[in-house]
Design a protein around this ligand. Structure first.
Ligand code: SF4
Length: 264
C-alpha cells in the first residue's frame, strides 16, 4: 500500500467468487442483475458499471457478459498506455502490478513480450496479484528468471487464496504446491479475505497446509468488503484478529481514498 503503482488488469478468471459478503453457502445475484441490465440497456464503458456489495468486486474483468467493455490491446499499445500514465513518461520508482481476473491464466504467454519491450527496460518491480491456483509455464519461468537477473529487479506474487467464504471449493482454491513454486521465482505472500471467526478458522487451516508444503512467506488478513458499508463493519475486527495471532493486516486503501471506484 502507498507504493506508486501502475495496474495492468487482464481479462478472465477461473473463479467467480459469488460467496463474498453472503451468508455461508449463499451466492450473490448482484452480478447477474447487472448483466441483465446490460443486455437491455448496454453500458458504454466499464467505468459506468455499478459497484457490488456482494460477490467479486472485479467482475467486469472476467465475466463474459462484460467482455466487450475491455479493450483488446497489442503489447505496443499497452506500453504506450503505461508511458502516458507514468508521471515522467518513463519508469522511475513505480511498481507494475499485473492483476485481473486471474493474471496467470493464458496471459503468461504474453508477459515476456511486455517485460522485454524497450520502453519497459527501467521497470524494477512487478507484482502478480493471483488467486494462487495457476502453475507457471516452463517458458514463463525461464522468462522470469532471465528478467530478474538484471539490476536488482524484484518479482512478487501477492496470493489471495480463496477460502470457502468466497464460494469456491477448498480443493480448487487451496493449492500449496503451486504457491510454493512461486517462491522459487520471487517473493510470495498470502492474503486471506475474511469477515467472521469461521473464516479465520478456515484461514488457519489453509495456513497450516501452505506451511506444511514449505511455504515461507508472510501471511496477511484483509477485511471483506468491496464497498465502504461492508468494509467498515469488518476492518477493525480483522485487524484485531491479525494482531491477536501475530499475522499481518492488509487494509483496502482504495476504499477510504476512492470508494473503490473503477480504476482504483
Ligand atoms: S479470484 Fe479474484 S478476480 Fe477471480 S472471481 Fe475471485 S475475487 Fe474475482
Amino acid at each position: 500500500m502507498g507504493v506508486p503503482s501502475i495496474f495492468l488488469r487482464t481479462f478472465g478468471c477461473n473463479f467467480t467468487c459469488d460467496g463474498f459478503g453472503m451468508p455461508r453457502g449463499g451466492k450473490s445475484v448482484e452480478r447477474g442483475q447487472v448483466a441483465f441490465a446490460h443486455r437491455n440497456t448496454p453500458y458504454k464503458d466499464y467505468k459506468e458499471l455499478p459497484l457490488v456489495s456482494t460477490g467479486c468486486d472485479s467482475y467486469a474483468s472476467w465475466d463474459p457478459a462484460f467482455k466487450e467493455l475491455s479493450p483488446v490491446l497489442s503489447t505496443n499499445a499497452i506500453v504506450d498506455g503505461i508511458m502516458e500514465i507514468l508521471p515522467y513518461g518513463q519508469w522511475r520508482d513505480e511498481h507494475l502490478v499485473i492483476t485481473g481476473g486471474e493474471p496467470l491464466l493464458g496471459w503468461q504467454r504474453q508477459y515476456p513480450d511486455l517485460l522485454n519491450h524497450l520502453k519497459m527496460h527501467d521497470l524494477k518491480e512487478i507484482t502478480f496479484e493471483t488467486n494462487g491456483t495457476q502453475k507457471l509455464t516452463t517458458e514463463f519461468k525461464l522468462a522470469l528468471k532471465e528478467w530478474s537477473k538484471w539490476y536488482n529487479r524484484e518479482i512478487t506474487f501477492s496470493v489471495s487464496a480463496k477460502l470457502p467464504c468466497s464460494g469456491e471449493a477448498w480443493e480448487d482454491a487451496i493449492k500449496p504446491e503451486v504457491v510454493c513454486e512461486y517462491e522459487t521465482y520471487g517473493t510470495a505472500y498470502l492474503k486471506f479475505v475474511i469477515a467472521t471467526e469461521q473464516d479465520f478458522a478456515d484461514a488457519q487451516r489453509a495456513i497450516a497446509e501452505y506451511r506444511a508444503a514449505g511455504f515461507e512467506g508472510h501471511v496477511y488478513l484483509m477485511p471483506v468488503g468491496g464497498v465502504e458499508s461492508v468494509y467498515s463493519m469488518n476492518n477493525k475486527n480483522v485487524a484485531m484478529l491479525a494482531m491477536k495471532h501475530g499475522l499481518r493486516y492488509s487494509d483496502r486503501l482504495q476504499l477510504p481514498l476512492f470508494s473503490n471506484a473503477w480504476g482504483t
